[in-house]
Design a protein. Structure first.
Length: 195
């Protein structure tokens, strides 16, 4: 089993990555392969609404990384989406990825490209906008016919400067519980598919 995490932060090594690594540590302890995709410094544009993806199962525009990221999403058993709060919502880079992925999935609905995969979300906020960010990420999964993992509370952590999240013990505990639930659901789905 494998999980891909897409870090929507413009900062490598920041709070969002710290929170992702908290989830990854728990998943790796359960022998689940983890791969981190960084969108920092990637120049990924939004969907052009050309409908060229109809029947292709991927976007026909090969910019900085979208097609490679989407192939990883299709191959993964689980997808972890994480974003800091930027102007009350997810980062523009992650928005572009999700927008294009949603259109490719919609134009290839019979292929069920992300259907029944496991999805989990993380949001990092300085102060506000965390729930809106979380909702945007979770709604992507719900619209792609995926299973969304919950936790003991909102999987949100607070921090402004790099490293601040490491001091949000409740946020880290919630992320660990998210990982535990994700691992449980991955194993349950794997067992069901193998039965």
């Amino acid at each position: 089993m494998n999980v891909i995490a897409i870090n929507g932060s413009a900062r490598i090594g920041g709070n969002t990555e710290t929170l992702i690594n908290t989830v990854f540590d728990a998943l790796k302890d359960a022998d689940i392969e983890c791969e981190l995709v960084q969108l920092a410094r990637a120049d990924i544009h939004g969907c052009r609404a050309c409908w060229g993806c109809d029947g292709t199962r991927n976007c026909i525009h090969h910019d900085d990384a979208f097609c490679e990221v989407f192939e990883k999403m299709k191959a993964a058993d689980g997808i972890l989406l994480a974003s800091p709060v930027y102007t009350g919502n997810i980062s523009t880079a992650l928005q572009a990825v999700l927008e294009r992925a949603a259109v490719v999935c919609d134009m290839n609905r019979e292929a069920a490209l992300l259907s029944r995969k496991i999805g989990a979300c993380l949001a990092v906020a300085r102060r506000g906008g965390a729930l809106n960010t979380f909702d945007t990420l979770a709604n992507f999964f719900l619209l792609q016919d995926m299973y969304v993992v919950g936790s003991s509370y909102w999987p949100i952590a607070y921090g402004q400067m790099p490293g601040d999240v490491a001091h949000d013990e409740e946020g880290l505990t919630t992320a660990r519980k998210l990982a535990e639930n994700m691992q449980h659901l991955l194993r349950a789905c794997d067992h069901h598919m193998g039965a």
